[in-house]
Design a protein around this ligand. Structure first.
Ligand SMILES: *[C@@H]1O[C@H](CO)[C@@H](O)[C@H](O)[C@H]1NC(C)=O
Ligand SMILES: *[C@@H]1O[C@H](CO)[C@@H](O)[C@H](O)[C@H]1NC(C)=O
Length: 337
């Protein structure tokens, strides 16, 4: 019994040494058929691939990676990895590929990567509503509205097939399916579709009515002029990840007072992985009661939410969406009514 325990302890001791030991160069265990022994071979360094395992007489043989191939760590693979061949649209090569590093692509100055695209970072641009190279509150409400109550298994494909303009590619559709819940998928798809088609005349024509919606939102909240502290309280009341004080300060500097709330709400949504802004705002309004928040402001926000949930949106949906994607989805019921 004692002996067994002793053995177990020795074994434990060895295994701890094994896992904590930091040998250099790093090693791996290899069975040598010649001597029928387990050998400790050196791993291959970055920039090379394994050519021959070590033997009792010879060290591991590693060969340099060919051009356009790399390895970036110590490893035991007999192949190098192929460097990312091309950067995406609007990206530049930040660092070329060499034997030890993959090619690094980065969005051009003033842009950041979202999904497949380098989107523009913009301070508040002129005009109402459009805040980011993102979706506006109206578009968000509308895109979320366009979610069917019953998901037929191929709903997303039907939508992809019927949306006019540049088609969202199958790869992106698959990614949306993988990453988002069925509830979210329509929103993500429409967002991507809008991004791909926003400069086409067809899209502008379809979305003229969205502009009317933006006008209404602007009428409801454009007059609100909050102090830094008030904006901070509002942002703190939103659930999930918080917009930072720096973001609030920047927004106060870069945006007109009429654009600040919308800009911050949009930042909050992006920060929270496309959470529903209206739901977030409703949550915030409940919590704002405990602060002495200007009543006129909470009322304006409530009116905006009501408007975006309203029959107006339903009409917009009918007019645009059904016209846009045709009879294929006529039978689809909408979620809110
Ligand atoms: C490979 O590129 C990296 C940066 O991408 C650099 O630090 C490194 O020195 C380069 N190696 C060679 C051999 O040029
Ligand atoms: C907003 O309020 C601040 C003071 O709280 C004032 O200085 C500023 O002129 C106001 N802006 C607008 C557009 O009303």
């Amino acid at each position: 019994m004692n002996q067994l325990l002793c053995c177990a302890l020795v074994f434990l001791d060895i295994s701890i040494k094994w896992t904590t030991q930091e040998t250099f160069p790093p090693k791996y265990l290899h069975y040598d058929p010649e001597t029928s022994r387990q050998l400790m071979c050196d791993k291959c360094p970055p920039g090379t691939s394994l050519k021959q395992h070590c033997t009792a007489r010879r060290k591991t043989v590693c060969a340099p990676c060919p051009s356009h191939y790399y390895t970036d760590r110590w490893h035991t693979s007999d192949e190098c990895l192929y460097c990312t061949p091309v950067c995406k649209e609007l990206q530049y090569v930040k660092q070329e590929c060499n034997r030890t590093h993959n090619r690094v692509c980065e969005c051009e100055e003033g842009r950041y990567l979202e999904l497949e695209f380098c989107l523009k970072h913009r301070s508040c641009p002129p005009g109402f509503g459009v805040l980011h190279a993102d979706v506006t509150l109206c578009e968000e409400a509308f895109f979320r509205f366009a979610v069917p109550t019953k998901f037929t298994p191929n709903w997303l494909s039907v939508l992809v097939d019927n949306l006019p303009g540049t088609r969202v590619n199958a790869e992106s559709v698959e990614r949306i399916k993988r990453r988002h819940s069925p509830q979210e998928q329509t929103f993500q798809l429409l967002k991507l579709w809008k991004h791909q088609n926003k400069d086409q005349d067809m899209f502008k024509k379809i979305f003229q009515d969205i502009d009317l919606c933006e006008n209404s939102v602007q009428r409801h909240i454009g007059h609100i002029n909050l102090t830094f502290e008030q904006l901070r309280t509002l942002m703190e009341s939103l659930p999930g990840k918080k917009v930072t004080t720096e973001d609030i300060e920047k927004t106060l500097k870069a945006c007109k007072s009429s654009e600040q709330i919308l800009k911050l709400l949009s930042l909050w949504r992006i920060k929270n992985g496309d959470q529903d802004t209206l739901k977030g705002l409703m949550h915030a309004l409940k919590h704002l009661k405990t602060y002495h928040f200007p009543k006129t402001v909470t009322q304006s926000l409530k009116k905006t939410i009501r408007f975006l949930h309203s029959f107006t949106m339903y009409r917009l949906y009918q007019k645009l969406f059904l016209e846009m994607i045709g009879s294929q989805v006529q039978s689809v019921k909408i979620s809110c009514l």
